[in-house]
Design a protein around this ligand. Structure first.
Ligand code: XMP
Length: 319
């Protein structure tokens, strides 16, 4: 059996051989796969790798800064951060349909990524963090076997006319191998063992129309939830956990005043394959603490609920 060190050594040699002195471009999302791909390719070819990180305004609290700190500051990877928050909010304004929201976010990402790639005229390769399960999944899609209930924009790739060759150094690896390789490459433990995060991000965790104000509220609630899950030791027993913003107001009371604020739902699931999932039996004491913190610390929220739906018939995300 292979050690992460051997996998890395092998991959580095192969990348060097494939790429030679060409320039490579990679869309860094902050997720495990693109992060490990970036670290691996950087180890192989250093400054020939150019990463583009698009901040779409739908990321978690401080995520953009963390990505820049990890890659640009600590590892010396060339990363262009594109602050496209407003473009995404403008494009999403007025749209309430979940699938249309996904398409808007996916298409705008491709547009922006293309604009950035055009600035790197010499790039000959497009690197992607495709892993083995993605390869299987898209093979299934071609034969019509995969039932994608929601369009997962980030496995689609870029338009053909970009004419870049694909560099996919993680194509033969399973998720756990990718994580071990990431750790061996020196990526932060928390980044490597993070729960999956959907490409459209908070865009599908804000029900209906996405507004900047809602994103800010949700980011703060989600950060408290996740922090509490780490501290109470639940995080690594859960497959995926996140907060959802419900754009409905309910009445509450604070001090001697009446409040009328939004609702947040907390989701935590256990699953092996994300096709079916059960809700995580979170102890009441933890729920109580998390709920109190969110309501006390996040302006705009006066009610927290816990999602006790399994998949099926519910899905993991709310949209
Ligand atoms: P559902 O909600 O379909 O989610 O039960 C299953 C898994 O897929 C993730 N998910 C997405 N990932 N783009 C993604 O990259 C998407 O549009 C998307 N929708 C759902 C979800 O977070 C869960 O891990």
């Amino acid at each position: 059996s292979w050690t992460p060190g051997q996998i890395i050594e092998d991959a580095v040699a192969r990348i060097k051989e494939q790429v030679g002195s060409d320039q490579v471009i990679l869309g860094l999302s902050g997720g495990v796969d693109s992060s490990v791909a970036a670290a691996l390719i950087h180890k192989a070819i250093g400054d020939q790798l150019h990463c583009v990180f698009v901040d779409n305004g739908l990321l978690r609290l401080d995520e953009g800064d963390q990505v820049m700190a990890t890659f640009a500051s600590n590892m010396g990877v060339k990363v262009t951060r594109v602050n496209a928050q407003q473009r995404f909010y403008d494009a999403l304004a007025g749209e309430t349909d979940p699938e249309k929201k996904r398409k808007i976010i996916g298409n705008l990402f491709v547009d922006i990524f293309e604009e950035e790639s055009n600035k790197l005229k010499d790039a000959k390769w497009l690197a992607q963090g495709t892993i083995y399960p993605d390869v299987i999944e898209s093979a299934g899609a071609k034969t019509g076997k995969a039932h994608n209930i929601k369009s997962h924009h980030n496995v689609g790739g870029l338009p053909d006319y970009m004419k870049l060759q694909l560099l996919e150094p993680l194509r033969e690896l399973f998720k756990d191998e990718v994580r071990t390789v990431g750790e061996e490459l020196g990526l932060p433990h928390q980044m490597v063992w993070r729960h999956p995060f959907p490409g459209p991000g908070l865009g599908v965790r804000i029900l209906g129309e996405v507004k900047e104000e809602y994103c800010e509220i949700l980011r703060r609630a989600d950060a408290i939830y996740i922090e509490e899950l780490y501290e109470s030791g639940h995080y690594h027993k859960i497959s995926q956990a996140f907060a959802v913003f419900l754009p409905v107001k309910s009445v509450g009371v604070m001090g001697d005043g009446r409040t009328y604020e939004y609702v947040v739902a907390l989701r935590a699931v256990e699953t092996k394959d994300f096709m079916t999932a059960g809700w995580y039996p979170m102890p009441y004491a933890d729920l109580a603490r998390i709920s109190n913190r969110i309501i006390n610390e996040v302006k705009g929220i006066n009610r927290v609920t816990y999602d006790i739906s399994s998949k099926p018939p519910a899905t993991i995300e709310w949209e």
